[in-house]
Write a protein that binds this ligand. Sequence first.
Ligand code: CP
Length: 321
Amino acid sequence: MAHISLQGRSILGLENMTAAEINRVLDVAGQMKRIILSGQKKRNYLKGKSIVTVFSEASTRTRSSFELAGKYLGADVINISKSGSSMTKGESLRDTLLTVSAMGTDAVVIRDSSEGAALFADQVKSPMVKTPVICNAGDGAHAHPSQTLLELFSVREAGKNIKGMKYVIIGDILHSRVARSDIYGFTKLGAEVHLAGPRTLVPKNLEKLGAIVQDHLEDALRDADAVNVLRIQLERAAAGFFPTTREYARLWGMNKKRLELCKPDVVLLHPGPMNRGIEISHDVAYDEKAWIQEEVRNGVAVRMALLYLTLTEGKDIEADY
Ligand code: CP
């Protein structure tokens, strides 16, 4: 395996990573998954390292999988959420990060509702404290790099060759950090990325990033190798992006009939949490083509790889499982 070092690098977005670096993360995630499946999950590769998650937005999967990833590798991990921290007293993100850094933290995993929050966090420097590695766990509608990495990993694990594949993203692309990261990540590895959804939720200018905007869902789905169904952000539905959730389900929801338009071995993804019965039908959510639970498991392996590669020299661990 080629030695590509990410030591000391913050993971802010896939636009800043090369295809070779992305592949290196996926390869190491493969080794991490074997460790998870071996039953001997606890390792000491990150012994002595400390990781803090700072989440000012809700999360189930990303926060807990980063925490488990750090713990499986032997790091100390603590979690700070907005409620219950001094952020509720008005402490700024900058001061929160300086405070966390002053405790000797090696990596900070950050989720925030503002686009650019992770980049801002990476630029917070002080002569008094060591600057931690920053992992972006989702910043507004900008980026969610570890989510895309787990999707790339899942599609590859399903036996698909990413180079030349048809990858389709359906739904609320306007508000989706996953969609933006997916466009960068999948196009970098050679996939053809198609976008489909209500016109109000699919910005045409994403074509500048190399995606193909489809006007008709059926055209997007035909012969698709992988489909990522995005969550309809119900908290924004009232803003008039579509008339009703029932109409959304009828026009844009993924159902059995639409699934049949795709290749027979299509890989169906959803970042979660799902609105079953709206963007995805109940039966399709549990179809054998749906990789949704496996995505969650792969999220731990990918985040183990990210923490391992950014916090160590990234020595090969191939024989160690
Ligand atoms: N996919 C994802 O980011 O899920 P959470 O919001 O639960 O972390």
